[in-house]
Ligand binder design. Structure first.
Ligand SMILES: Cc1ncc(COP(=O)(O)O)c(C=O)c1O
Length: 360
C-alpha cells in the first residue's frame, strides 16, 4: 500500500468512527490529569494536591494503566492503544453508550434474553432500547435485525457465549453484521475463555473499525472483586472513550494486583480446564435427572436448565445454603434456572442435594 493509500484509509476510518461519536464528545476538551505530559523520575511531585507522606497509596494511579495494558495486550494479541480498561465491563458498557448515543434521540439494539446491563445502561442514558427476541435455537434473528436498525441506531450488543443461554453466536454472522451496519458492533466475550477452540471477535478488529470487543477479568481469571473490564477496538475510537473515562477509574492497588495475577497463567489454565471439565460432569448429571425437562449445552461457566418446579427447587437449594439464579423467561425459557459451575466439592454437594430433592 502507498503512503497516500494508508493516509486515505486512516481518514476514512476516522470519518467512520466520528460519524457515531456524540457531538459534545467530538468537541469535548477532556480533563487533563496532573503529570500526563510528564514522565521523568526522582522529582518532587507538587502538581496533584496529593499528600506528600508515603502511605503506599498517597499518589494517584496511572490513569491509562500502561503496565497492566502491556500485559493484557500481549495476552490478547492487540496493541495497548487498542485498549480501554474499565471498572468492570459494566463501566465500559455505559461508556460505549455514553460516547456514541445522543440521549432521547438515538437507539441501541439488544437481544433477549441476554446480559441485562446493556438494556439498563441504555435506559440510564435515556437511549431507546430495541430488544429483539432470540429464536428457539437461542440465536439472534439475523435478518430481522436489519428491520430494527434505522438512522438513529448507534450500537448492537452481541453477547457470545450468551448469558444466560450459554451458547455461542457464529462469528461469521457477526462479521456480516459488521459489514452492513454503520454503527458500533459490540461483542461481549465475558465468557470467551471457557470456549474450547473458538475464534474471538478480536480477529475482526483490523478490518472493522466500528467493532468493539469486551472481555473481563471477572470470570475465567477469577478476579470479579477487582473490577477490571477490557474494551478492545480501533485506536481512534479508544481515544474518544478515553476522553469520557473517569480519569482514575482503576485504583493503583487493583492495577498491581491484576498485573501479578496475570503472571500466573499456569493457575489460570488449570482453573479454566477444571471448570470446563466440571461443566461437562454437571451437564451429564443434570441430563440424567428426570426433574429437569431441559438441560442446555453451554460454552460458558454456567448451565441453563428448566423444570416446572423451578421455584420449589430454588427455595429448596436456598434452604440448604445454595443460591442459584432463576431465569424463568417465557415463552423461550420456561422454568429456567441458571447454575454457575462451582468447585468439584460444591458440585458434588449440589448434585447430592438435587438427588435428595427428587427422592422426597
Ligand atoms: C455477558 C456479561 N458481560 C459482562 C458482565 C460483567 O462483567 P464485569 O464483572 O467485568 O463488569 C457479565 C457479568 O455477569 C456478563 O455476564
Amino acid at each position: 500500500m502507498t503512503t497516500m493509500g494508508t493516509k486515505e484509509t486512516q481518514e476514512t476510518t476516522t470519518l467512520q468512527i466520528e460519524q457515531i461519536i456524540r457531538r459534545n464528545i467530538l468537541s469535548l476538551k477532556p480533563y487533563s490529569c496532573a503529570r500526563e505530559e510528564f514522565s521523568g523520575q526522582d522529582v518532587t511531585l507538587l502538581d496533584a494536591n496529593e499528600n506528600p507522606y508515603d502511605t503506599g497509596y498517597n499518589r494517584y494511579p496511572d490513569p491509562y494503566q500502561q503496565e497492566l495494558k502491556q500485559s493484557l495486550a500481549r495476552l490478547k494479541g492487540v496493541k495497548t492503544e487498542q485498549m480501554v480498561l474499565g471498572n468492570g465491563s459494566d463501566e465500559l458498557i455505559d461508556m460505549l453508550i455514553r460516547t456514541t448515543c445522543e440521549p432521547n434521540r438515538d437507539n441501541i439494539i439488544v437481544f433477549s434474553p441476554s446480559y441485562s446491563m446493556y438494556e439498563v445502561s441504555g435506559h440510564i442514558n435515556a437511549v431507546e432500547v430495541r430488544s429483539l427476541k432470540l429464536g428457539t435455537d437461542f440465536m439472534p434473528p439475523w435478518e430481522q435485525l436489519f428491520h430494527a436498525v434505522d438512522a438513529r441506531t448507534r450500537a448492537i450488543f452481541f453477547c457470545t457465549p450468551n448469558n444466560p443461554t450459554g451458547n455461542r453466536w457464529p462469528l461469521e454472522k457477526i462479521r456480516e453484521v459488521a459489514d452492513r451496519f454503520e454503527g458500533l458492533v459490540i461483542v461481549d466475550e465475558a465468557y470467551m475463555d471457557f470456549v474450547q477452540g473458538g475464534e474471538s471477535a478480536v480477529s475482526l478488529l483490523q478490518e472493522f473499525p466500528r467493532v468493539v470487543v469486551l472481555q473481563t477479568l471477572s470470570k475465567a481469571w477469577g478476579l470479579a472483586g477487582l473490577r477490571i473490564g477490557i474494551c478492545m477496538g480501533n485506536p481512534i475510537l479508544v481515544n474518544y472513550l478515553n476522553r469520557v473515562k473517569p480519569p482514575y477509574n482503576i485504583g493503583g492497588l487493583t492495577q498491581r494486583t491484576a498485573l501479578n495475577a496475570l503472571e500466573d497463567t499456569t493457575a489460570f489454565y488449570e482453573r479454566v480446564a477444571e471448570i470446563v471439565s466440571e461443566r461437562k460432569t454437571l451437564y451429564e448429571a443434570f441430563g440424567k435427572m428426570t426433574l429437569f425437562t431441559k438441560v442446555y449445552p453451554s460454552e460458558a461457566n454456567f448451565l441453563l436448565l428448566c423444570t416446572p418446579q423451578y421455584k420449589e427447587v430454588y427455595d429448596y437449594l436456598v434452604a440448604h445454603d445454595i443460591v442459584v439464579r432463576i431465569r424463568h423467561l417465557p415463552p423461550l425459557i420456561e422454568g429456567g434456572l441458571r447454575i454457575t459451575v462451582g468447585t468439584p466439592k460444591e458440585n458434588v454437594h449440589l448434585l447430592e442435594l438435587l438427588a435428595n430433592y427428587t427422592r422426597t
